[in-house]
Design a binder for this molecule. Structure first.
Ligand code: PLP
Length: 381
């Protein structure tokens, strides 16, 4: 007998596509991890940390020097004051930060507002924590449908999940949109849980705004981020949650009994990461901008319809008309016959809207993207 909880979700389709991609020798544009090396300095820092014997449990809520660096970064970049002693929890990736936050916040049956399209994990996060997700579809141009957002809030609403820059559609929420969300959170006494893992990957002079920095939000926001995407170390599993003292103490309790703590030597190496100069972050965004343009051009040429993302490293594309296939069938056809793996759109939608979309990542070497472009040219519809 299994728990009812696990009946409410399936295994990750994204990671499933990675397995299929390996099987067919396809180019994996499904899962969002770099196929290029992590920064040399970080690899050396991690190796030294092990040799210097940072090999035992660190403090459960994170090594002190890392929390201090995160606090400095939160002040300077996010404009959020977070006391490293009481308001920061280092977790096993932002994935754990999100799950621990939901478990700390939600009672069975509480409503949680989620924009659609959404990152795949928020479905299982809701199912495991007992939340009832209320999906609010974004407009076709990715703007917020104000009426739909307002009507999703009610007295049973406990939290809103935000993800900016957004995976899968690349939306960067604007100051006005965040103001509207803030007003609703204040009016309905709702906590914003914001996943900002792509906070440094922005294009066309877009600016990242953390909702936790807005007036009235400090004590009703859990700000989640991590090292996976900014430093190209998705396998290290280091992330964190910033929240007021009460919320943090609840998150820390869940975190302690889920994982005890994040990998100690890698936490130590993350202190080195946080010392990188501004030029590192500029170069990261510049590098991804080139990859974004490369993939966009290839998809348009192959007959997909898509928008240029404003941030993050994905393109959500409409399947060319006339294939007669839905997203699942087309993703399978792509991986086995064209040799390019992508994620079926329905992984990011509750509604039917995802049925004619695929998500591609461009977090890959230029040569990988160019080979994908060559293969996409062979797409016959
Ligand atoms: N949040 C979003 C929106 C993501 O796209 C991803 C990874 O693809 C994650 C979280 C996972 O982050 P982490 O590696 O820190 O667990």
């Amino acid at each position: 007998m299994l728990s009812r909880r696990v009946d409410h979700f399936v295994e990750s389709v994204i990671r499933d596509m990675t397995r299929l991609s390996l099987k067919h020798g396809a180019i994996n544009l499904a899962q969002g991890f770099p196929d290029f090396p992590a920064p040399e300095e970080l690899k050396r820092a991690a190796a030294s940390a092990i040799l210097e014997d940072y090999n035992q449990y660190s403090i459960t809520w994170g090594a002190k020097d890392l929390r201090e660096e995160i606090s400095r970064k939160a002040r300077e970049y996010n404009h959020i004051e977070a006391d490293p002693e009481t308001e920061i929890t280092v977790t096993c990736g932002s994935t754990e930060a999100m799950m621990a936050s939901m478990l700390a916040l939600i009672n069975e049956g509480d409503d949680v507002v989620v924009f659609e399209p959404f990152y795949e994990n928020y479905g299982p996060d809701s199912a495991v924590s007992g939340a009832v997700p209320r999906f609010v579809p974004l407009n076709d141009d990715n703007s917020i449908d104000e009426e739909a957002l307002v009507s999703a809030f009610n007295k049973n609403t406990r939290a809103l999940i935000l993800n900016t820059p957004n995976n899968p559609c690349g939306k960067v929420f604007t100051a006005n949109e965040l103001k509207l969300i803030t007003e609703l959170c204040v009016d309905y006494d709702v906590i914003a849980v914001t996943d900002e893992i792509y906070e440094y990957i922005l294009y066309d002079n877009k600016k990242h705004i953390s909702i936790g920095s807005l007036d009235g939000m400090k004590d009703r926001t859990i700000t989640i981020s991590g090292f996976s995407k900014t430093y190209s170390v998705t396998g290290w599993r280091i992330g964190y949650a910033l929240a007021g003292k009460n919320l943090t103490s609840a998150i820390r309790k869940v975190h302690d009994f889920l994982t005890v703590g994040a990998p100690a030597p890698l936490q130590h190496a993350c202190v080195t990461a946080m010392g990188f100069p501004d030029s590192y972050y500029k170069e990261l965004a510049r590098m991804y901008d080139g990859k974004r343009k490369l993939l966009y051009k290839a998809l348009i040429k192959a007959g997909f319809k898509c928008r240029m993302p404003e941030g993050a490293y994905y393109i959500l594309a409409d399947i060319p008309e006339g294939t007669g296939m839905d997203d699942m069938a087309f993703a399978r056809y792509m991986v086995s016959k064209v040799g390019v793996a992508a994620v079926p759109g329905s992984s990011f939608y509750k509604s039917e809207a995802g049925r004619h979309k695929l998500r591609f990542t461009f977090s890959k070497k230029d040569e990988t993207l160019m080979e994908a472009a060559r293969r996409l040219e062979k797409l016959e519809i």
